[in-house]
Design a protein around this ligand. Structure first.
Ligand code: FAD
Length: 290
């Protein structure tokens, strides 16, 4: 059995930020990651809203942060976690901890159509706030009918020439005032009771989508707002819709378990907030451990 003061699960920006703060604050953390360091950063081609960079690619930013973590000699364990006993504070029968930071992010739902993986971040996006400005004065599609689809459409309507919402049902499930706004926005068009069946590509770029009624809709970009699932299944802490509930210090309902980044319930899912939460959780642990 190996014992660590703090175990961080997940090496996205949230987990790595927590590790940097802990190590600099005199506490030795270990990061457990089941993929490559950087998490979601690795699928973002261009970032233009992270302070300090006019434009940076996600993988480059991931590598910069990873180098910073390595420079501090922070220990990594590359493996998938399959079991956590929060009562005994034991992971997979062989790792013991005093504090746990959950930084496992979330996965966005996709339509699972051909070419979707290839186009993700290059014509297909799951984040209007992140990628909207790349489609300034262009025609885009938003897929979905809930609050996030409606909110993202309103945001994009302020940037793009035209927004077409494609919704599989005959009414939206968002709050009434948002629906009202969408219905009254001149450059938003809504197509109800319809699904996209294929993405059409020319010169490696998306040019249109085909609907299940065989019609084609021209577009430069498709924003998927059909929900996301936090990677929180392993953790028996308080949640709402599977998102982990935390307090102002990013602490869960358990005194020694923190959660940061996209896995928690919050209003803004961005790099700056994820990184900030990593630093908040780490600082609270440093304070409490004195
Ligand atoms: C297409 C796209 C574009 C975006 N563009 C921007 C942008 O321009 N600006 C911006 O501010 N934000 C952007 N975002 C949002 C931003 O990327 C996220 O808010 C942020 O990366 C979340 O970081 P995180 O550390 O919480 O999670 P993640 O980066 O998802 O990291 C979670 C890590 O945990 C690991 N993990 C999960 N489960 C386990 C397990 N069981 N065991 C071990 N490891 C595990 C994963 O492999 C992953 O490395 C974008 C998001 C997307 C999807």
């Amino acid at each position: 059995m190996q014992k660590y003061k703090v175990v961080i699960i997940g090496s996205g920006i949230a987990g790595m930020s927590a590790a940097i703060y802990l190590k600099r604050g005199g506490i030795e953390p270990v990061i457990i990651e089941n993929n490559v360091p950087g998490g979601t950063l690795n699928v973002i081609p261009n970032i233009e809203n992270y302070p300090g960079y006019i434009n940076v690619s996600g993988p480059d930013l991931a590598m910069n942060i990873y180098n910073q973590v390595n420079n501090l000699n922070i220990k990594y364990i590359f493996r998938n976690i399959w079991k956590i006993d929060l009562e005994k504070k034991i992971i997979d029968d062989d790792i013991e901890f005093d504090y746990l930071i959950i930084a496992t992010g979330r996965r966005h739902r996709l339509l699972n159509l051909d070419n979707e993986d290839k186009l993700l971040g290059r014509g297909i996006s799951t984040c209007a706030l992140c990628d909207g400005s790349f489609y300034k004065d262009k025609e885009v599609i938003v897929v979905g009918g809930g609050s996030s689809a409606v909110t993202e459409s309103l945001y994009l309507a302020g940037i793009c020439k035209k927004v077409t919402i494609i919704h599989r049902r005959d009414k939206f499930t968002a709050e009434d005032y948002l629906i009202e706004k969408v219905l009254n926005t001149k450059n938003i068009k809504i197509i109800y009771n319809t699904n996209i069946v294929s993405y059409n590509i020319k010169d490696e770029k998306i040019v249109s989508v085909t609907l299940d009624n065989k019609k084609k809709v021209k577009t430069k970009g498709v924003f998927l707002a059909i929900g996301s699932t936090p990677n929180s299944e392993l953790f028996d802490v308080k949640k709402e819709n599977d998102y982990i509930i935390t307090d102002n210090n990013c602490k869960t309902n358990l005194d020694f378990v923190y959660a940061v980044g996209d896995v928690i319930k919050k209003n803004v899912y961005q790099l700056t907030t994820a990184s900030g939460e990593g630093s908040i959780a780490a600082s609270d642990i440093i304070r409490n451990d004195k």
